[in-house]
Design a binder for this molecule. Structure first.
Ligand SMILES: Cc1cc2nc3c(=O)[nH]c(=O)nc-3n(C[C@H](O)[C@H](O)[C@H](O)COP(=O)(O)OP(=O)(O)OC[C@H]3O[C@@H](n4cnc5c(N)ncnc54)[C@H](O)[C@@H]3O)c2cc1C
Length: 480
Protein backbone atom coordinates (compact mmCIF):
# COMPACT_ATOMS: atom_id res chain seq x y z
CA UNK A 1 0.00 0.00 0.00
CA UNK A 2 1.14 3.58 -0.73
CA UNK A 3 1.33 4.32 3.02
CA UNK A 4 4.45 2.07 3.22
CA UNK A 5 6.41 4.60 1.23
CA UNK A 6 5.49 7.58 3.42
CA UNK A 7 8.35 8.28 5.79
CA UNK A 8 6.81 8.93 9.20
CA UNK A 9 8.84 10.52 12.01
CA UNK A 10 9.09 8.72 15.30
CA UNK A 11 6.06 9.17 17.57
CA UNK A 12 6.45 12.44 19.50
CA UNK A 13 3.73 11.85 22.10
CA UNK A 14 1.69 14.89 20.98
CA UNK A 15 -2.04 14.24 20.57
CA UNK A 16 -3.96 16.45 18.13
CA UNK A 17 -7.70 16.84 17.53
CA UNK A 18 -8.60 18.49 14.24
CA UNK A 19 -12.10 20.00 13.98
CA UNK A 20 -13.23 20.19 10.34
CA UNK A 21 -12.29 17.88 7.46
CA UNK A 22 -11.97 20.49 4.71
CA UNK A 23 -8.78 20.91 2.72
CA UNK A 24 -7.05 22.61 5.67
CA UNK A 25 -8.17 20.05 8.27
CA UNK A 26 -7.31 17.02 6.14
CA UNK A 27 -3.85 18.38 5.31
CA UNK A 28 -3.28 19.15 8.99
CA UNK A 29 -4.22 15.60 9.95
CA UNK A 30 -1.87 14.18 7.31
CA UNK A 31 1.10 16.41 8.09
CA UNK A 32 0.73 16.06 11.88
CA UNK A 33 0.58 12.28 11.47
CA UNK A 34 3.73 12.36 9.29
CA UNK A 35 5.54 14.32 12.00
CA UNK A 36 4.69 11.66 14.56
CA UNK A 37 1.58 13.07 16.26
CA UNK A 38 -1.41 11.01 17.26
CA UNK A 39 -4.38 12.47 15.32
CA UNK A 40 -8.21 12.42 15.43
CA UNK A 41 -10.39 14.40 13.06
CA UNK A 42 -14.04 15.39 13.61
CA UNK A 43 -16.30 16.62 10.81
CA UNK A 44 -19.77 18.10 11.14
CA UNK A 45 -21.27 16.66 7.95
CA UNK A 46 -22.60 13.09 7.90
CA UNK A 47 -20.30 12.13 5.02
CA UNK A 48 -17.60 13.70 2.88
CA UNK A 49 -19.09 16.73 1.11
CA UNK A 50 -18.57 16.36 -2.61
CA UNK A 51 -20.00 19.74 -3.59
CA UNK A 52 -18.05 22.72 -4.90
CA UNK A 53 -16.46 23.41 -8.24
CA UNK A 54 -12.79 24.23 -8.62
CA UNK A 55 -9.94 26.12 -7.04
CA UNK A 56 -6.29 26.86 -7.62
CA UNK A 57 -3.78 25.17 -5.38
CA UNK A 58 -0.41 26.82 -5.71
CA UNK A 59 2.96 25.12 -5.96
CA UNK A 60 3.99 26.19 -2.45
CA UNK A 61 1.35 23.82 -1.09
CA UNK A 62 1.67 21.07 -3.69
CA UNK A 63 5.42 20.81 -3.10
CA UNK A 64 4.59 19.09 0.21
CA UNK A 65 3.35 16.10 -1.78
CA UNK A 66 6.98 15.12 -2.35
CA UNK A 67 6.57 13.40 1.02
CA UNK A 68 3.38 11.64 -0.10
CA UNK A 69 3.89 9.42 -3.16
CA UNK A 70 0.20 8.63 -3.57
CA UNK A 71 -0.75 12.33 -3.46
CA UNK A 72 2.05 13.25 -5.81
CA UNK A 73 0.88 10.79 -8.41
CA UNK A 74 -2.85 11.35 -7.94
CA UNK A 75 -2.60 15.12 -8.10
CA UNK A 76 -0.99 14.82 -11.55
CA UNK A 77 -3.92 12.71 -12.72
CA UNK A 78 -6.62 15.05 -11.48
CA UNK A 79 -5.14 18.51 -12.05
CA UNK A 80 -6.00 20.65 -15.06
CA UNK A 81 -3.19 22.36 -16.92
CA UNK A 82 -5.36 25.05 -18.41
CA UNK A 83 -4.73 28.34 -20.20
CA UNK A 84 -6.51 31.65 -19.63
CA UNK A 85 -8.04 34.19 -22.04
CA UNK A 86 -9.42 37.64 -21.24
CA UNK A 87 -12.64 39.04 -22.66
CA UNK A 88 -14.82 42.10 -22.48
CA UNK A 89 -18.17 41.43 -20.86
CA UNK A 90 -19.62 41.32 -24.36
CA UNK A 91 -17.70 38.07 -24.88
CA UNK A 92 -15.06 39.49 -27.25
CA UNK A 93 -11.52 38.36 -26.55
CA UNK A 94 -8.83 41.00 -25.98
CA UNK A 95 -5.94 38.85 -24.68
CA UNK A 96 -4.87 35.24 -24.69
CA UNK A 97 -5.05 32.38 -24.47
CA UNK A 98 -2.06 32.76 -22.15
CA UNK A 99 -0.12 30.23 -20.17
CA UNK A 100 -0.88 30.86 -16.50
CA UNK A 101 2.89 31.12 -16.01
CA UNK A 102 2.69 34.35 -18.03
CA UNK A 103 0.95 35.93 -15.03
CA UNK A 104 3.87 35.00 -12.84
CA UNK A 105 6.82 37.21 -12.00
CA UNK A 106 9.51 36.86 -14.66
CA UNK A 107 12.10 36.20 -11.98
CA UNK A 108 10.44 32.92 -11.02
CA UNK A 109 11.18 29.80 -13.01
CA UNK A 110 9.16 26.71 -13.45
CA UNK A 111 6.36 27.30 -10.97
CA UNK A 112 3.34 25.64 -12.49
CA UNK A 113 -0.21 26.58 -11.65
CA UNK A 114 -2.87 23.97 -11.85
CA UNK A 115 -6.55 24.15 -11.23
CA UNK A 116 -8.27 21.38 -9.32
CA UNK A 117 -11.78 20.14 -8.95
CA UNK A 118 -12.40 20.70 -5.25
CA UNK A 119 -14.42 17.48 -4.87
CA UNK A 120 -11.66 15.41 -6.51
CA UNK A 121 -8.89 17.13 -4.55
CA UNK A 122 -10.80 16.66 -1.31
CA UNK A 123 -11.48 13.00 -2.08
CA UNK A 124 -7.79 12.47 -2.80
CA UNK A 125 -6.77 13.86 0.62
CA UNK A 126 -9.46 11.77 2.37
CA UNK A 127 -8.24 8.65 0.60
CA UNK A 128 -4.65 9.30 1.67
CA UNK A 129 -5.77 9.79 5.25
CA UNK A 130 -7.63 6.47 5.19
CA UNK A 131 -4.52 4.81 3.75
CA UNK A 132 -2.50 5.83 6.81
CA UNK A 133 -5.22 4.48 9.06
CA UNK A 134 -7.00 7.66 10.14
CA UNK A 135 -10.75 7.71 9.58
CA UNK A 136 -12.55 11.05 9.55
CA UNK A 137 -15.20 10.89 12.27
CA UNK A 138 -18.26 12.19 10.41
CA UNK A 139 -21.44 13.54 11.95
CA UNK A 140 -19.48 15.09 14.84
CA UNK A 141 -20.09 18.82 14.97
CA UNK A 142 -17.97 20.80 17.40
CA UNK A 143 -20.12 23.23 19.35
CA UNK A 144 -17.48 24.61 21.69
CA UNK A 145 -13.75 24.88 22.25
CA UNK A 146 -12.00 25.10 25.63
CA UNK A 147 -8.63 24.56 27.26
CA UNK A 148 -7.11 23.91 30.65
CA UNK A 149 -3.72 25.50 31.26
CA UNK A 150 -2.96 23.34 34.29
CA UNK A 151 -3.43 19.98 32.61
CA UNK A 152 -2.08 21.33 29.33
CA UNK A 153 -5.06 20.17 27.29
CA UNK A 154 -7.32 21.69 24.68
CA UNK A 155 -10.80 20.28 24.30
CA UNK A 156 -13.91 20.23 22.16
CA UNK A 157 -17.54 19.66 23.03
CA UNK A 158 -19.53 17.90 20.33
CA UNK A 159 -23.17 18.39 19.49
CA UNK A 160 -23.99 15.05 21.16
CA UNK A 161 -22.66 16.49 24.44
CA UNK A 162 -19.48 14.42 24.56
CA UNK A 163 -16.16 16.08 25.41
CA UNK A 164 -12.76 15.19 23.91
CA UNK A 165 -9.33 16.49 24.78
CA UNK A 166 -5.84 16.52 23.30
CA UNK A 167 -2.51 18.32 23.71
CA UNK A 168 -3.59 20.51 20.80
CA UNK A 169 -6.97 21.25 19.22
CA UNK A 170 -6.91 22.65 15.69
CA UNK A 171 -10.02 24.63 14.79
CA UNK A 172 -10.22 24.09 11.01
CA UNK A 173 -13.98 24.55 10.88
CA UNK A 174 -14.14 27.05 8.03
CA UNK A 175 -15.56 30.53 7.57
CA UNK A 176 -18.16 30.25 10.31
CA UNK A 177 -15.78 28.66 12.80
CA UNK A 178 -16.75 28.53 16.45
CA UNK A 179 -13.40 29.20 18.10
CA UNK A 180 -13.47 33.00 18.10
CA UNK A 181 -14.97 33.17 21.60
CA UNK A 182 -11.98 31.32 23.05
CA UNK A 183 -9.32 32.87 20.82
CA UNK A 184 -10.47 36.51 20.65
CA UNK A 185 -12.72 36.62 23.71
CA UNK A 186 -15.69 37.47 21.49
CA UNK A 187 -17.17 36.54 18.11
CA UNK A 188 -15.53 38.23 15.12
CA UNK A 189 -18.48 38.86 12.84
CA UNK A 190 -18.03 38.81 9.10
CA UNK A 191 -19.54 41.52 6.96
CA UNK A 192 -20.58 41.68 3.38
CA UNK A 193 -17.88 42.54 0.85
CA UNK A 194 -20.63 43.90 -1.39
CA UNK A 195 -20.12 41.03 -3.84
CA UNK A 196 -21.60 37.59 -4.38
CA UNK A 197 -20.90 34.80 -6.84
CA UNK A 198 -23.13 32.41 -8.70
CA UNK A 199 -20.97 29.31 -9.26
CA UNK A 200 -21.42 25.80 -10.52
CA UNK A 201 -19.74 22.75 -12.13
CA UNK A 202 -21.64 20.00 -13.95
CA UNK A 203 -20.99 17.23 -16.49
CA UNK A 204 -19.69 18.75 -19.71
CA UNK A 205 -22.06 16.65 -21.84
CA UNK A 206 -25.01 18.72 -20.59
CA UNK A 207 -23.38 21.91 -21.86
CA UNK A 208 -22.18 20.45 -25.15
CA UNK A 209 -25.69 19.31 -25.98
CA UNK A 210 -26.20 22.91 -27.09
CA UNK A 211 -24.29 23.12 -30.42
CA UNK A 212 -23.56 26.85 -29.98
CA UNK A 213 -21.92 26.13 -26.61
CA UNK A 214 -19.97 23.20 -28.09
CA UNK A 215 -18.71 25.46 -30.87
CA UNK A 216 -17.69 28.30 -28.56
CA UNK A 217 -15.95 26.10 -25.96
CA UNK A 218 -13.90 23.41 -27.72
CA UNK A 219 -10.82 21.82 -26.20
CA UNK A 220 -7.62 22.93 -27.92
CA UNK A 221 -5.95 20.64 -30.42
CA UNK A 222 -3.39 19.66 -27.76
CA UNK A 223 -6.31 18.63 -25.49
CA UNK A 224 -5.89 21.54 -23.08
CA UNK A 225 -8.72 23.77 -21.91
CA UNK A 226 -8.99 27.55 -21.79
CA UNK A 227 -10.63 29.51 -19.00
CA UNK A 228 -12.50 32.51 -20.40
CA UNK A 229 -12.56 35.45 -17.99
CA UNK A 230 -15.11 38.11 -19.01
CA UNK A 231 -14.56 41.45 -17.33
CA UNK A 232 -17.31 43.99 -16.83
CA UNK A 233 -17.80 47.05 -14.70
CA UNK A 234 -18.03 45.96 -11.06
CA UNK A 235 -18.61 42.35 -12.12
CA UNK A 236 -17.09 39.52 -14.06
CA UNK A 237 -17.83 36.05 -15.36
CA UNK A 238 -15.74 32.94 -15.86
CA UNK A 239 -16.48 30.08 -18.23
CA UNK A 240 -14.44 26.94 -18.34
CA UNK A 241 -15.15 23.83 -20.31
CA UNK A 242 -12.59 21.17 -19.43
CA UNK A 243 -12.38 17.46 -20.27
CA UNK A 244 -15.21 16.40 -18.00
CA UNK A 245 -17.02 19.44 -16.64
CA UNK A 246 -18.52 22.77 -17.60
CA UNK A 247 -17.95 25.40 -14.95
CA UNK A 248 -19.08 28.96 -14.86
CA UNK A 249 -19.38 31.71 -12.35
CA UNK A 250 -20.78 35.20 -12.33
CA UNK A 251 -19.43 37.57 -9.69
CA UNK A 252 -21.62 40.60 -9.16
CA UNK A 253 -22.43 43.45 -6.81
CA UNK A 254 -24.72 42.25 -4.08
CA UNK A 255 -26.23 45.26 -2.47
CA UNK A 256 -29.29 44.27 -0.47
CA UNK A 257 -30.86 47.67 -0.90
CA UNK A 258 -30.62 47.65 -4.68
CA UNK A 259 -33.53 46.23 -6.56
CA UNK A 260 -31.80 43.94 -9.03
CA UNK A 261 -32.76 40.36 -9.82
CA UNK A 262 -29.61 39.05 -8.10
CA UNK A 263 -29.78 41.02 -4.86
CA UNK A 264 -30.32 39.41 -1.53
CA UNK A 265 -30.49 35.70 -2.38
CA UNK A 266 -26.80 34.94 -1.67
CA UNK A 267 -25.62 33.26 1.54
CA UNK A 268 -22.20 32.43 2.97
CA UNK A 269 -22.85 28.73 2.44
CA UNK A 270 -21.57 26.13 -0.02
CA UNK A 271 -24.87 24.28 0.11
CA UNK A 272 -27.17 27.22 -0.66
CA UNK A 273 -28.72 26.55 -4.09
CA UNK A 274 -30.66 28.88 -6.35
CA UNK A 275 -32.27 28.59 -9.76
CA UNK A 276 -30.30 29.39 -12.97
CA UNK A 277 -33.35 31.50 -13.98
CA UNK A 278 -32.27 34.05 -11.35
CA UNK A 279 -28.93 34.53 -13.13
CA UNK A 280 -30.57 34.71 -16.54
CA UNK A 281 -32.70 37.60 -15.27
CA UNK A 282 -29.62 39.28 -13.82
CA UNK A 283 -27.39 39.00 -16.92
CA UNK A 284 -30.23 40.38 -19.03
CA UNK A 285 -29.60 43.71 -17.22
CA UNK A 286 -25.95 43.85 -18.31
CA UNK A 287 -25.48 46.03 -21.42
CA UNK A 288 -23.95 43.98 -24.26
CA UNK A 289 -24.16 40.62 -22.48
CA UNK A 290 -24.02 38.09 -25.32
CA UNK A 291 -26.50 35.34 -26.06
CA UNK A 292 -23.79 32.66 -25.73
CA UNK A 293 -23.36 33.45 -22.01
CA UNK A 294 -27.08 32.97 -21.44
CA UNK A 295 -27.04 29.75 -23.44
CA UNK A 296 -24.36 28.30 -21.16
CA UNK A 297 -26.37 29.26 -18.07
CA UNK A 298 -29.41 27.54 -19.58
CA UNK A 299 -27.53 24.21 -19.67
CA UNK A 300 -27.10 24.23 -15.88
CA UNK A 301 -28.97 21.51 -13.95
CA UNK A 302 -31.72 23.07 -11.80
CA UNK A 303 -30.40 21.96 -8.39
CA UNK A 304 -26.65 22.65 -8.59
CA UNK A 305 -26.10 26.39 -8.66
CA UNK A 306 -24.55 27.93 -5.53
CA UNK A 307 -25.07 31.63 -4.74
CA UNK A 308 -22.15 32.38 -2.42
CA UNK A 309 -22.13 35.65 -0.53
CA UNK A 310 -18.62 37.03 -0.27
CA UNK A 311 -18.10 38.08 3.30
CA UNK A 312 -14.93 39.48 4.76
CA UNK A 313 -13.21 40.02 8.05
CA UNK A 314 -10.29 42.30 8.79
CA UNK A 315 -7.08 40.34 9.35
CA UNK A 316 -7.01 38.93 12.88
CA UNK A 317 -3.40 38.68 14.07
CA UNK A 318 -4.06 36.22 16.89
CA UNK A 319 -4.97 32.66 15.99
CA UNK A 320 -4.09 31.04 19.32
CA UNK A 321 -5.96 30.57 22.59
CA UNK A 322 -4.63 32.13 25.81
CA UNK A 323 -3.05 28.92 27.17
CA UNK A 324 -1.78 27.85 23.75
CA UNK A 325 -3.81 24.66 23.41
CA UNK A 326 -6.19 25.68 20.62
CA UNK A 327 -5.18 27.17 17.26
CA UNK A 328 -7.28 28.35 14.32
CA UNK A 329 -6.31 27.23 10.82
CA UNK A 330 -7.34 27.94 7.23
CA UNK A 331 -10.60 29.80 6.64
CA UNK A 332 -11.34 29.60 10.38
CA UNK A 333 -8.41 32.00 10.95
CA UNK A 334 -8.49 34.08 7.77
CA UNK A 335 -10.92 34.32 4.88
CA UNK A 336 -9.92 35.15 1.34
CA UNK A 337 -11.66 36.72 -1.60
CA UNK A 338 -11.62 34.27 -4.54
CA UNK A 339 -9.60 36.86 -6.47
CA UNK A 340 -6.61 36.11 -4.22
CA UNK A 341 -6.54 32.57 -5.65
CA UNK A 342 -5.17 31.54 -2.28
CA UNK A 343 -7.84 30.21 0.11
CA UNK A 344 -6.97 26.56 -0.39
CA UNK A 345 -3.24 27.15 -0.80
CA UNK A 346 -2.92 29.14 2.41
CA UNK A 347 -4.97 26.62 4.40
CA UNK A 348 -2.50 23.96 3.22
CA UNK A 349 0.54 26.14 3.91
CA UNK A 350 -0.86 26.67 7.43
CA UNK A 351 -1.19 22.92 7.90
CA UNK A 352 2.38 22.25 6.74
CA UNK A 353 3.74 25.05 8.93
CA UNK A 354 1.80 23.98 12.01
CA UNK A 355 2.96 20.36 11.78
CA UNK A 356 6.55 21.52 11.25
CA UNK A 357 6.31 23.75 14.36
CA UNK A 358 5.03 20.82 16.42
CA UNK A 359 7.98 18.76 15.21
CA UNK A 360 10.38 21.55 16.19
CA UNK A 361 8.71 21.81 19.62
CA UNK A 362 9.17 18.07 20.02
CA UNK A 363 7.01 17.43 23.07
CA UNK A 364 3.53 18.07 24.42
CA UNK A 365 4.88 20.53 27.02
CA UNK A 366 6.12 22.80 24.23
CA UNK A 367 2.89 22.87 22.20
CA UNK A 368 2.04 26.46 23.29
CA UNK A 369 5.41 27.64 21.93
CA UNK A 370 4.81 25.71 18.72
CA UNK A 371 1.49 27.34 17.93
CA UNK A 372 2.70 30.82 18.86
CA UNK A 373 5.69 30.41 16.55
CA UNK A 374 3.40 29.11 13.80
CA UNK A 375 1.17 32.17 14.23
CA UNK A 376 4.20 34.51 14.17
CA UNK A 377 5.71 32.91 11.06
CA UNK A 378 2.41 32.83 9.14
CA UNK A 379 0.22 35.81 9.97
CA UNK A 380 1.91 38.57 7.97
CA UNK A 381 2.22 36.41 4.84
CA UNK A 382 -1.44 35.47 4.98
CA UNK A 383 -2.48 39.05 5.63
CA UNK A 384 -0.49 40.25 2.58
CA UNK A 385 -2.23 37.65 0.43
CA UNK A 386 -5.61 38.81 1.71
CA UNK A 387 -4.69 42.34 0.60
CA UNK A 388 -3.56 40.89 -2.75
CA UNK A 389 -7.11 39.55 -3.20
CA UNK A 390 -8.61 43.02 -2.65
CA UNK A 391 -6.26 44.45 -5.29
CA UNK A 392 -7.06 41.69 -7.77
CA UNK A 393 -10.79 42.07 -7.28
CA UNK A 394 -10.49 45.65 -8.46
CA UNK A 395 -8.42 44.59 -11.48
CA UNK A 396 -10.77 41.78 -12.42
CA UNK A 397 -13.91 43.89 -12.20
CA UNK A 398 -12.77 47.01 -14.02
CA UNK A 399 -13.53 47.20 -17.70
CA UNK A 400 -10.65 47.31 -20.16
CA UNK A 401 -10.36 49.79 -23.00
CA UNK A 402 -12.06 48.42 -26.10
CA UNK A 403 -8.73 47.97 -27.92
CA UNK A 404 -7.30 46.11 -24.89
CA UNK A 405 -4.37 48.55 -24.65
CA UNK A 406 -4.55 48.65 -20.83
CA UNK A 407 -4.89 44.86 -20.57
CA UNK A 408 -1.35 44.13 -19.46
CA UNK A 409 -1.28 46.86 -16.86
CA UNK A 410 -4.49 45.59 -15.25
CA UNK A 411 -3.53 41.93 -15.41
CA UNK A 412 -3.15 40.04 -12.13
CA UNK A 413 0.52 39.51 -11.40
CA UNK A 414 1.81 36.77 -9.12
CA UNK A 415 5.02 37.87 -7.44
CA UNK A 416 8.11 35.98 -6.49
CA UNK A 417 7.44 36.16 -2.74
CA UNK A 418 4.18 34.27 -3.26
CA UNK A 419 5.77 31.42 -5.16
CA UNK A 420 9.23 31.04 -3.76
CA UNK A 421 8.26 29.84 -0.34
CA UNK A 422 8.53 26.48 1.34
CA UNK A 423 6.39 26.57 4.50
CA UNK A 424 8.11 23.58 6.10
CA UNK A 425 11.66 24.76 5.39
CA UNK A 426 10.71 28.25 6.59
CA UNK A 427 9.87 26.78 9.99
CA UNK A 428 13.03 24.67 10.10
CA UNK A 429 15.13 27.75 9.28
CA UNK A 430 13.38 30.21 11.56
CA UNK A 431 11.68 28.49 14.51
CA UNK A 432 14.56 28.65 17.00
CA UNK A 433 15.61 32.15 15.94
CA UNK A 434 12.05 33.47 16.23
CA UNK A 435 11.56 31.85 19.62
CA UNK A 436 14.78 33.32 20.93
CA UNK A 437 13.92 36.72 19.50
CA UNK A 438 10.56 36.74 21.27
CA UNK A 439 12.07 35.54 24.54
CA UNK A 440 14.57 38.41 24.37
CA UNK A 441 11.71 40.84 23.73
CA UNK A 442 12.93 41.57 20.17
CA UNK A 443 10.97 42.36 17.03
CA UNK A 444 10.81 39.43 14.63
CA UNK A 445 11.12 40.13 10.90
CA UNK A 446 9.54 37.68 8.48
CA UNK A 447 11.06 37.01 5.07
CA UNK A 448 8.05 35.24 3.50
CA UNK A 449 6.36 38.55 2.64
CA UNK A 450 7.12 41.11 -0.09
CA UNK A 451 10.77 42.14 0.31
CA UNK A 452 11.17 45.52 1.96
CA UNK A 453 7.64 45.55 3.34
CA UNK A 454 7.37 46.83 6.88
CA UNK A 455 4.15 45.19 7.97
CA UNK A 456 1.56 47.54 9.36
CA UNK A 457 -1.92 46.41 10.36
CA UNK A 458 -4.54 47.31 7.76
CA UNK A 459 -8.28 47.18 7.51
CA UNK A 460 -10.49 46.47 4.57
CA UNK A 461 -12.11 49.91 4.90
CA UNK A 462 -8.66 51.49 4.72
CA UNK A 463 -7.79 49.57 1.56
CA UNK A 464 -11.10 50.41 -0.08
CA UNK A 465 -10.72 54.07 0.78
CA UNK A 466 -7.26 54.08 -0.82
CA UNK A 467 -8.67 52.29 -3.86
CA UNK A 468 -11.43 54.88 -4.20
CA UNK A 469 -8.85 57.70 -4.11
CA UNK A 470 -6.71 55.90 -6.69
CA UNK A 471 -3.90 55.45 -4.18
CA UNK A 472 -1.86 52.25 -4.01
CA UNK A 473 -3.84 49.69 -2.04
CA UNK A 474 -1.12 47.33 -1.11
CA UNK A 475 1.35 48.12 1.55
CA UNK A 476 4.92 49.08 0.73
CA UNK A 477 7.74 46.76 -0.38
CA UNK A 478 8.41 44.87 -3.58
CA UNK A 479 5.29 42.93 -4.54
CA UNK A 480 6.81 41.46 -7.69
C1 LIG B 1 -18.54 21.99 0.59
C2 LIG B 1 -17.52 23.04 0.22
C3 LIG B 1 -17.37 23.41 -1.13
C4 LIG B 1 -16.43 24.36 -1.48
N1 LIG B 1 -16.29 24.68 -2.81
C5 LIG B 1 -15.35 25.57 -3.18
C6 LIG B 1 -15.15 25.91 -4.54
O1 LIG B 1 -15.81 25.38 -5.41
N2 LIG B 1 -14.19 26.82 -4.86
C7 LIG B 1 -13.44 27.42 -3.90
O2 LIG B 1 -12.57 28.25 -4.22
N3 LIG B 1 -13.60 27.13 -2.59
C8 LIG B 1 -14.53 26.21 -2.21
N4 LIG B 1 -14.69 25.92 -0.88
C9 LIG B 1 -13.85 26.62 0.10
C10 LIG B 1 -12.42 26.14 0.09
O3 LIG B 1 -12.37 24.74 0.10
C11 LIG B 1 -11.75 26.74 1.30
O4 LIG B 1 -11.82 28.14 1.22
C12 LIG B 1 -10.27 26.43 1.41
O5 LIG B 1 -9.96 25.17 0.90
C13 LIG B 1 -9.84 26.50 2.88
O6 LIG B 1 -10.16 25.28 3.49
P1 LIG B 1 -10.59 25.10 5.00
O7 LIG B 1 -10.29 23.66 5.30
O8 LIG B 1 -9.99 26.12 5.88
O9 LIG B 1 -12.15 25.36 5.00
P2 LIG B 1 -13.33 24.49 4.38
O10 LIG B 1 -12.89 23.85 3.12
O11 LIG B 1 -14.51 25.36 4.36
O12 LIG B 1 -13.55 23.33 5.44
C14 LIG B 1 -14.12 23.50 6.72
C15 LIG B 1 -14.67 22.16 7.16
O13 LIG B 1 -15.11 22.25 8.52
C16 LIG B 1 -16.38 21.62 8.63
N5 LIG B 1 -17.06 22.22 9.78
C17 LIG B 1 -17.68 23.42 9.85
N6 LIG B 1 -18.17 23.63 11.07
C18 LIG B 1 -17.83 22.55 11.80
C19 LIG B 1 -18.06 22.18 13.16
N7 LIG B 1 -18.72 23.00 13.98
N8 LIG B 1 -17.57 21.01 13.59
C20 LIG B 1 -16.88 20.17 12.75
N9 LIG B 1 -16.66 20.46 11.46
C21 LIG B 1 -17.11 21.64 10.99
C22 LIG B 1 -17.03 21.91 7.30
O14 LIG B 1 -18.11 21.04 7.04
C23 LIG B 1 -15.87 21.72 6.34
O15 LIG B 1 -15.70 20.38 5.96
C24 LIG B 1 -15.63 24.98 -0.48
C25 LIG B 1 -15.79 24.63 0.86
C26 LIG B 1 -16.72 23.66 1.22
C27 LIG B 1 -16.87 23.28 2.69
Amino acid sequence: MATKTVQRCEANGISVIVAGAGVGGLTTALECWRKGCDVRIFERTREALTSGDSFTIGPTALDAFKNWPFLQQRTREISYHHMIAYHHITGERFAGPLEVTQLVSTSVNNRQFHRHSRPKFHAMLSEQLAQVGIQVEYGKAVVDYAEDAESGKGSVVLEDGSGHQADLVVAADGVKGRSWGLVAGQPVPARSSGNAIYRVAYPVGLALADPAVAERFPLREDGRSVIELWIGSGMNAFFWRNQDEMQWLVQHEDSQDRDTPSSGSAKESWSHRVSPEEVIKYVATIPGWPEIGTRVIRTTPPDQLVHWKLMWRDPQPKWTSPAGRVVQLGDAAHTFLPSSGNGGTQAMEDAISLAACLAMAGSKENVPDAIRMHNLLRFERVSCLQAFGVLNRQKNTSERKQDGSDAKQKQVHIGRWILEHDPEQYVVDNYEKALECLRDGGEWENTNIPPGLVYRPWTIDGLLEAQAKGEPTVLDGDWD
